[in-house]
Design a binder for this molecule. Structure first.
Ligand code: NAD
Length: 296
């Protein structure tokens, strides 16, 4: 049994913490929301109203928070993790945040004598509940091997992506491709329809030709060909446009700081920003097919 402090018990954090409890770890939680704290207590964990109390005696701190600014405040603040954790505590931040902040916070962890990894996830709320998340981990080999058994009850795939920040880098690069490919597949269906091509017929051709990709054959943006895709459920998420918009914003921050040339990524970020700003943040990101057709 490991004593784990879990900070951020929201849509993702709570089910992740439950899987740690189910694996017989002790979980001491902290969240600003009283409801979130009560939900952890209901699941058999202990909840606290101060970070210092949650991390007291913890061997590992796991966090699942909304943004880089909040991650900084939680770890680096006067009442935060670094000031209150005992020597030797391992820190795992699973929030999706910008690469620069992830590297800064890990650097400060090191200055305080702590090992820290960034370990953002894909798999969404369903994966969090099922314990089948994919973790993309950045940090030293030693920190990765310490983090691995803690992540295991929460994940089906745990990949070491390199030094600090590289977990975040892998996540935003993956999601940038996903956004571009979903828009590409959607444009092709829309063009095909306008030329009188039947959706299923185009699918049967493309799924077995060079346009084959995950956005087409696992998450098809038109109803019919892939019965499990959100298109068959009126574009209920799935993976909400608001979250894709957030991840593309992080990707574009990384583009700006690195100088990489990503014209398609820029355009995809603009398209999802418009869709989000027009009030469709709760629509699955494959609903971009309707946004592009002007029918959302
Ligand atoms: P959420 O808003 O449901 O949960 C965030 C929790 O953090 C809330 O309970 C909130 O009260 C708490 N919180 C906020 N500020 C805090 C602070 N200063 N101290 C302690 N607690 C604080 O968000 P979520 O959907 O659980 O997402 C969490 C992270 O996971 C985000 O970075 C998100 O991008 C990432 N993510 C989400 C999904 C998804 O499908 N929801 C998928 C992959 C990654």
């Amino acid at each position: 049994m490991t004593n784990i402090a879990f900070i951020g018990l929201g849509n993702m954090g709570l089910p992740m913490a439950k899987n740690l409890l189910a694996a017989n770890h002790s979980v001491r939680g902290f969240d600003l929301s009283e409801d979130a704290r009560a939900a952890l207590e209901g699941a058999g964990g202990q909840a606290f109203t101060a970070i210092a109390d949650a991390v007291a005696g913890a061997d590992v701190v796991v966090s699942m928070l909304p943004s880089g600014a909040i991650v900084k405040a939680v770890y680096q603040g006067e009442d935060g993790v670094f000031k209150n954790a005992k020597a030797g505590t391992l820190m795992i931040d699973s929030s999706t945040i910008d690469v620069t902040t992830a590297r800064d916070v890990a650097q400060e962890a090191k200055a305080h004598g702590f090992d820290m990894v960034d370990a953002p996830v894909s798999g969404g709320v369903g994966g969090a509940a099922a314990g089948t998340l994919a973790f993309m981990v950045g940090g030293t080999a030693e920190a990765f091997s310490k983090a691995h058994p803690v992540l295991e009850p929460m994940g089906a795939k745990i990949v070491h992506c390199g030094a600090s920040g590289n977990g975040q880098a892998a996540k935003i690069c993956n999601n940038m491709v996903l956004a571009i490919s979903m828009i590409g597949v959607s444009e092709a269906f829309n063009l095909g329809r306008s030329l009188g091509l039947d959706d299923q017929t185009f699918y049967d051709v493309a799924a077995n030709a060079s346009a084959q990709c995950w956005s087409l054959t696992s998450y098809c943006p038109v109803p019919g060909p892939v019965p499990t895709s959100p298109a068959n459920n009126n574009y209920q998420p799935g993976f909400a446009t608001a979250l894709m918009h957030k991840d593309l914003g992080l990707a574009m921050e990384a583009v700006a700081s690195s100088g990489a040339n990503t014209p398609m990524g820029h355009l995809a970020a603009e398209i999802y920003a418009t869709m989000n700003d027009e009030g469709h943040g709760n629509v699955d990101f494959s609903g971009v097919i309707k946004h592009l057709a002007g029918s959302l």
